[in-house]
Design a protein around this ligand. Structure first.
Ligand code: NAD
Length: 291
């Protein structure tokens, strides 16, 4: 398990691939954007000019791509992972995508004797940089055990949550909670500001009581400064809220709060904040109050 092919070297993939190099793995990376490949080479990894080149000698292939169309193209497409990986290669898709695509990819891979785990992450760019991600893994227990040393390089909370697609369902649950907390922290800021109460002092108190959260800890200063450099882009959280509502429909349940929060994230995107950090939800909550 020493040779890793890494496809998708963006905000998350770059630091993750860098940690694997530091841990002694032989990492060969590919990204359609040359900047990501350059970063990997600077960190001590190797450049590949295509997906095929990245996976040809790999024991493990890690993908960290935006959404299911990119994962489908990279894994199933001409010149993709399944066309070029050796038998028994372990494909670990760490992208956040819809659960049914993870299941379909695992089924397609099985016909080529390629093993698959869905292993989406939580913890954001900071978690990726600090190797402190939470990793939720779906797939066979034996494959999880084989990949565990690699996960331990990247994260602190690593849990095998079930069969193929289960990691993505857990990630959907994570994303609905995160978006909901951002929406409520934003409403708290709007109320404090509009009431003439110092919002910084107010949020400091919230951070010490029952309303405390990692989001309050990590993001209150940047939200109060209206500093929305990503981080995690609104565009990606909009994608994730689509996954949440789709998964709810498939599970035959109603998630009314998630439905409302999904519309607020959609509004952020429609108002031109798609490229900003998801904490820019504050802008939408301010605009609905005319602020
Ligand atoms: P990103 O856009 O920064 O990185 C994705 C990379 O994939 C880009 O460098 C892009 O050039 C590359 N890419 C796209 N299509 C490709 C293809 N066909 N072949 C090769 N490379 C291709 O996104 P990110 O923020 O790193 O997020 C990646 C995944 O992780 C997403 O599914 C996201 O939802 C999830 N995620 C992100 C965060 C975060 O805080 N940014 C946190 C948790 C999970």
């Amino acid at each position: 398990m020493r040779h890793i092919g890494f496809v998708g070297l963006g905000i998350m993939g770059s630091p993750m691939a860098g940690h694997l190099v530091t841990a002694g793995y032989d990492v060969t990376g590919y990204d359609v954007a040359p900047a990501g490949v350059d970063r990997l080479v600077a960190a001590g990894g190797k450049a590949a000019g295509s997906v095929a080149e990245a996976v040809a000698d790999a024991d493990v292939v890690v993908t960290m791509l935006p959404d299911h169309p990119q994962v489908e193209r990279v894994v199933l497409g001409d010149g993709g992972v399944l066309a070029h990986a050796r038998p028994r290669t372990l494909l670990v898709d760490m992208s956040t995508i819809r659960p049914e695509t993870s299941v379909a990819i695992a089924e397609a891979a099985a016909t080529r004797d390629v093993r698959v785990l869905d292993a989406p992450v939580s913890g954001g760019e900071a978690g990726a940089k600090q190797a402190a991600l939470s990793i939720m893994v779906g797939g066979h227990a034996a494959d999880f055990a084989a990949a565990r040393p690699l996960f331990d390089v990247l994260g602190r909370t690593v849990v095998h949550v079930g069969g193929h697609g289960a990691g993505q369902v857990v990630k959907a649950a994570n994303q609905l909670v995160v978006a909901g907390i951002y929406a409520l922290v934003s409403e708290a800021i709007v109320l404090l500001d509009a009431s003439g109460v110092d919002a910084e002092a107010g949020l400091n108190v919230l951070g010490g009581g029952l309303a405390a959260s990692r989001i309050l800890d990590l993001k209150r200063a940047s939200m109060l400064a209206r500093e929305f450099t990503p981080g995690f882009r609104i565009d990606l959280h909009h994608k994730d809220m689509g996954i949440v509502l789709d998964a709810a429909r498939r599970a035959n349940v109603a998630l009314p709060v998630s439905g409302l929060v999904a519309q607020l994230v959609a509004a952020a995107r429609a108002q031109g904040h798609g490229g900003q950090d998801h904490s820019a939800l504050l802008t939408v909550l301010e605009s609905v109050s005319g602020r």
